[in-house]
Write a protein that binds this ligand. Sequence first.
Ligand SMILES: Cc1cc2nc3c(=O)[nH]c(=O)nc-3n(C[C@H](O)[C@H](O)[C@H](O)COP(=O)(O)OP(=O)(O)OC[C@H]3O[C@@H](n4cnc5c(N)ncnc54)[C@H](O)[C@@H]3O)c2cc1C
Length: 453
Amino acid sequence: MEQYQLINIVYLKRDLRLHDNPSIVKAEELGLPYLIIYIFEPSLRLLPTWDIRHWRFIYGSLLNLDKNLNKYGHSIKVFWGEALEIFQYLLTIFKVKCVVSHQEVGVDATFKRDIRLRRFFKKNHVTWIEIPWDGIQRGKNSRDGWKERVERWFSEKTLKIYPKANLAVNLKENHFELPYAIKSELSYYPNNFQTPGEEEALKVLKSFCERRLEKYLKSISKPYESQVYSSRLSPYLAYGNISARKVYQSVQASNTSSLSSRNAFISRLFWRSHFIQKFESLPEYEFESINAAFKPWPFEVNHELIQAWAEGETGVDLVDAVMKCLKATGWINFRMRAMVVSFFCHALKQPWEFAANTLAKLFLDFEPGIHYPQIQMQAGVTGYNTIRIYDPEKQLRDNDRFYRFCKMWLPTKRPKPIVNWRKNLEEAKVILWRIKKSELAKRESERLLQLQK
Ligand SMILES: Cc1cc2nc3c(=O)[nH]c(=O)nc-3n(C[C@H](O)[C@H](O)[C@H](O)COP(=O)(O)OP(=O)(O)OC[C@H]3O[C@@H](n4cnc5c(N)ncnc54)[C@H](O)[C@@H]3O)c2cc1C
């Protein structure tokens, strides 16, 4: 009988896969019947970083996961509502012993949601088992033993899962179904974005290991070539369509002749964990320049400039091509991401927070833990990183010499640059260095480095 059946719940978040999913493994080990759920929370649509493209990717990933789970007699129940009200609802139908999920490193809004949930579970005698992932530890400041922990995690065997059909829980009625209008909006998936889902993630990994890895390092900074030769695994890692250790182990086992490509790629997987840990320890990254000396940076908000940058209408070719490409496809390589942030902060003199929001919306792979620290690093406001100011003409010469990328995205008739960006970049250099050399900036850098040791 469904009424008051004693069950566990697997609460999916950014771990939308079957294989190597520790939450599902844990639910199997616990041995009670379990319900697998995903919650689309309407309030998250109000965040300045939200975009329908993220939810479409999630929805597509859920459809793929559901198909795979169906083979084992399980399915995903998708809800529309705030997490707290969904769990309140589920507790009126079932007696819930444990909720199992991965330990999300998200933005402030999802962190606060999790605090509310924890309180609710405690009050209702539900145990919430949150499983750390990719060697990242909750709230940890010190980096003692960090590298060993991540290495251990990456080298551990991936988990094979064969869910038992007799542990599947059925939900006959769902009072919090996705509304029809939302469902049809999510079901439409524009084909210029990477296809979501675990199956696709595995295909992308395979083609990377077998064919594309060879030219990875050579192409990494080039916006045209990197579309093919970069791994393109970022959205799959961001939504957990694939685990980082599965990627790590497959790339290590590949027989590429380019060891430098392999090493460069593996380093980036470690950087990923490193950045997410950094964000977990210093969540202030989301809202303010972490180095206090850079807070009063002389920005003057100009919405026209911000709009022109976001639409790819600054009149600077490579910058505009990148922004138009992002709008259409949701992906661009690292160097170009860094360049458009630098252009925004240093040439247009706009506050990094606006760039952070606009790019988070545009990136299909928006991963808060990588995004915010990288934005601040490229804006030059951390104090302890090298200040990098990107000259878009030099980038064009070095990385799109034959104008192949720009030609893909720009009309032939081009507007004139909207600012004197060369002059502005020179000025920004002087200001940033002046702040960096101040006593406050040095003290702050020292404090931040100590925190991350
Ligand atoms: C301003 C700025 C914002 C960024 N925001 C994001 C973001 O929201 N989400 C995101 O996944 N990446 C972000 N990156 C990092 C990087 O640009 C992307 O991970 C990469 O371009 C994704 O393509 P790929 O999977 O083919 O990368 P690959 O080069 O094949 O790398 C494989 C994986 O390693 C990780 N990775 C790669 N480069 C870095 C790096 N420098 N630091 C930390 N991890 C890295 C990513 O998970 C990536 O998917 C940002 C970079 C900058 C400069």
